[in-house]
Design a protein around this ligand. Sequence first.
Ligand code: CP3
Length: 339
Amino acid sequence: MKNDLILRAARGEKVERTPVWLMRQAGRVLPEYRKVRSKMGGFKELVETPEFACEVTIQPVDAFDVDAAIIFSDILVIPEAMGLPYQMIEAKGPWFEKTIKTKEDILQLRIAQPEDLQYVIDAIKLTKKELNGRVPLIGFAGAPWTIFSYMIEGSGSKTFSKAKKFLYTQPNLAHLLLQKITDSTINYMKGQVAAGADMLQLFDSWAGALSPSQYDEFALKYISQICDAFKEVPFTVFAKDAHFARRKMGLLNCDTIGLDWTMDIAESREMIGNTKTLQGNMDPCLLYSDNDTIKREAIKMLQQFGPHRHIANLGHGLYPDLEVDKVKLFVDTIKEYRF
Ligand code: CP3
């Protein structure tokens, strides 16, 4: 590996500078992505065609010179592999025609195997070959609670009231489904590692919808099983808005915890402890600012995290209307800084 900064930072080893990559670095912010995308029938075709998935995975490595690539896919491939196909509706987002309502619905779901997601496995193999050791390749999956929400709600939601109603009224069935998602996710991520993924990240995008005790019972329990299953490669858990879970996340069997921009850096370090690398956590909206502000805030963030156990990133994904030059300036500022 020519550039293994991010792997060393995740393991808590010494680094010459802070590594950086960006959530949603591949995607609509890049004109070259939009060009490939417009040739395709839709988002799913892009995800399911390894040559194209590989091409758009590498685009941000070329455009921004980031220290990692993340395989171009989506967290929703897991519900689909289990038996609930999704559609990506233009300008609206994901939509599931069938959702989970009853015990029978849950019993009918398959536990996904890596072969059910062969297109992702093939995309990882191809991308590893094309990257040729330039930077590490990150594999990922959605965390069980976030995937559960999509399977119950059928789409994104403001309140997650259907998914939460399920937790309150049918907790045993909720656990049955969460365990099936967890087993599928472990199988899938094992397949990603076998195909060459150098690092893994779990996205719990809807963590903030739960209370602390619900988060323990219905989310952390399963995240913890997943973390325990991976010793081979560094593992990151990113739970958006999960302020209340930070102390417990410090006890997970993983290497890195992702922070969003609403989490105070020093307070998070105190809560999570010194045995984890922290990833994040700039507000993506900073990148709408003028250049001086972007540079100043990026450096301030680096200084707050300090020189050890930090992987620079945003606190959530890039927005499609951000300018490429501003994104590049943020990455360059991080890469030029020395402690
Ligand atoms: O660059 C990368 O980060 C890798 C690719 C990636 C995508 N989705 C591609 C994508 C990753 C890691 C994801 C994860 C994902 N998908 C999450 C977790 C991270 C988060 O943002 O909280 C979630 C919740 C999803 C579900 C999802 N996929 C939504 C809600 C949407 C629609 C919103 C939108 O941005 O349009 C998607 C679509 C999607 N996934 C796009 C991309 C590039 C846009 C699709 C397009 O090109 O039209």
